[in-house]
Ligand binder design. Sequence first.
Ligand code: DSN
Length: 410
Amino acid sequence: MDTQIDELIKKEEKRQREELQLIPSENYASKNVLAPLSSVLSNKYSEGYIGKRYYQGNTYIDEVENLAIERAKKLFSCNFANVQPLSGTPANISVYLALLKPGDKIMSMNLASGGHLSHGSPVSVVSTLFNIVFYDVSEQTGVLDYDQILEQAKKEKPQLIIAGASAYPRIIDFEKFSQIAKEVGAYLMADIAHIAGLVASELHPSPFPFADVVTTTTHKTLRGPRGGLILWNNQDLSAQINKAVFPGGVQAGPHNNVHAAKAVCFYEAMQPEFKTYTQQVIINAKVLGDELRTHSFNLVSSGTDNHLLLVDLRNKGTGGKTIAQALDKAGIIVNYNMIPYDPSTPFKPSGIRLGTPAVTSRGMVEKDMVKIAGFINQAVENLSDDVELAKIREQVINFTSSFKVPGLDT
Ligand code: DSN
């Protein structure tokens, strides 16, 4: 045994057990999802696709990948799936390479409005390959304005429109996006990485049949292993999408252990208990948001329809980074984040982003959200007082100790 690594894993287990995990893109995978990740499936090379590998010995690897594909298609009600993307960004880049030529125009959500780096941020390779234009949420409401997006699309004439976000707390209307894309002759890609679990439970409208291609990760609200996934309906797109993933250059040898864990995750997401879970995720986010508002925290868009909250901290007189760091000292894990039209920079943004997928996986319900909002408020009121923050941390550890940790205890 590598005692150094073993010790670090134990420390991380303790951290995940004791602290409040409120990063909206994180979750606790079950033991059944975690088990295949450390299996012998990790030993095998299998470049290529089922029945068409560049390596021998892939009989069972093919069966694993086929099971993952069939379950993904069933879960999201679509015709085709590629389960090989290593994560969300490789999935997104594969789709761009499949559908576009270098220099084509992508219209996507601005990072500050809730978009994602891989949607064409200037710091991403995507912006060097393609011409990027961003749409924003309304400055007044913090919500997408579809009329304004249509006008912009007519003017910009993009070849691809991306609907999807990393920090948008409201329902995304994929049907409206598809009307806009059709009107300007663009493909529509939906990136549902954050909301995949809600879509799988029919608690957020599905991007099908509206989007040409859907990408997601499997480890956020879907509660699977770290990984990506591409879904689509039109067979005419199959060759180009699969070719972009491999051998097109985004990645080579697939991670077969992760395919198996994805298959388990898709199975789990089809069970009635998963819908009960995702319903509670949404209820918890609403309650947490309402409680934070009673402590005079301002929420972008004034609330949430999904699993996440974006807090505009400008009335607190302190930036998101300082607050996220103070909350960390108090055992409350969130991330600092830009807010729409943020007057500050991505390194010192004016917001924090938090969500309820992980705490709900631990069995927390409405009354626990009231408690969590109280801890957050207490910590923010004692930002520079390390002694007080340490006392809050003790209370947090005492609070979390009565909740089991999926993957460790259950
Ligand atoms: N890191 C993911 C998130 O937190 O939303 C996106 O890459």
